[in-house]
Design a protein around this ligand. Structure first.
Ligand code: SIN
Length: 290
């Protein structure tokens, strides 16, 4: 591996286990994700617990909480500690406008998130993050894991020449792309926005790669051929560099809180015809900035 990539890894490798005063944080890998224990999310968190979760979130980007029994109200209260709730883009009739059902069974012909992506990046202000609470796992007892990828490290591991090339470029994110071959509902106001290819995390200021296959149509300053080649190279880098990834195996009652600003995720649909069910609440984000 090149020295610049090794330097990038060394800069963010985390220590094995962290005890803050109110929670225990066990990294899933040295580079992404952590399991948090010591909290019952159905109870109101103290300010100290909230600060410790926030710190762990900004360090590890994907937090896993096990054995949580939650009502929608408790789920939303926990999410609300990190910002106003982000409404579901196309809520089902009669459903809670802030709770998205994630559901698959033998009737499914596709499942949400079965490919590397960040959520809703065609929005002017994509979500800060999501909290998915899975209550039903596939009947076989395994399958339905979710992969996450660290977009800070994906950027940091690029060569200095590639970083320089990407600096200042912007990409068009088009909400129509995920609907290819289908007709979006008439009431859907399809979002389309241009965001920098390299953005800074709004809380930490760290740079990250902000393009993803389902939403990014092209890089505005390049020809189509050039744009396709550069985007395919970046997507291959994200998908084929396992050290960027962590993998969460769900149990009933697992809640995962991921930072949608600096992490992509991929829900693995390896359990057909079995079922999987959960509920997701998202938090408002801000406009991505270079
Ligand atoms: C998603 O939010 O894209 C779905 C994630 C999952 O089902 O694990």
């Amino acid at each position: 591996m090149e020295q610049f990539a090794l330097d990038a890894i060394e800069r963010i490798t985390t220590r094995p286990r962290e005890h803050s005063t109110s929670i225990t944080v066990d990294p899933l890998t040295p580079l992404l994700g952590a399991e948090v224990s010591g909290l019952d999310l159905s109870k109101e968190l103290t300010p100290e617990q909230t600060d410790d979760v926030r710190r762990a979130f900004l360090t590890h980007h994907v937090l896993v909480f096990r054995d949580q029994t939650l009502t929608d109200e408790e789920h939303k209260r926990f999410a609300g500690l990190f910002g106003p709730l982000h409404p579901v883009a196309l809520p089902a009739e009669g459903s809670d406008p802030y709770v998205l059902e994630i559901s698959a069974d033998k009737e499914s012909r596709a499942v949400a998130g079965n490919g590397w992506h960040a959520d809703g990046t065609a929005d002017t202000e994509p979500s800060l993050g999501s909290m998915l609470h899975i209550t039903r796992i596939p009947e076989a007892g395994s399958g339905g894991d979710t992969l996450f990828a660290n977009m800070h490290l994906a950027y940091d591991m690029l060569s200095p020449a590639m970083k320089k090339f990407l600096e200042g470029l912007t990409a068009v994110h088009d909400g129509a792309l995920p609907w290819m071959g289908q007709t979006p509902p008439a009431e859907y106001d399809i979002p389309k926005n241009e965001h920098p290819v390299v953005v800074r995390h709004p809380e930490t200021g760290r740079k990250l790669l902000f393009v993803n296959a389902p939403y990014t149509s092209h890089i505005a300053q390049l020809s189509r051929v050039e744009s396709d080649a550069v985007l395919q190279m970046l997507y291959a880098h994200i998908a084929r560099t396992p050290l960027l990834h962590c993998r969460v195996s769900w149990q009933p009652g697992t809640l995962v809180f991921w930072d949608n600003r600096c992490v992509q995720h991929h829900a693995i649909w390896d359990y057909y015809p079995h079922s999987r069910y959960g509920r997701r609440v998202a938090i408002d984000g801000t406009r991505p900035k270079a």
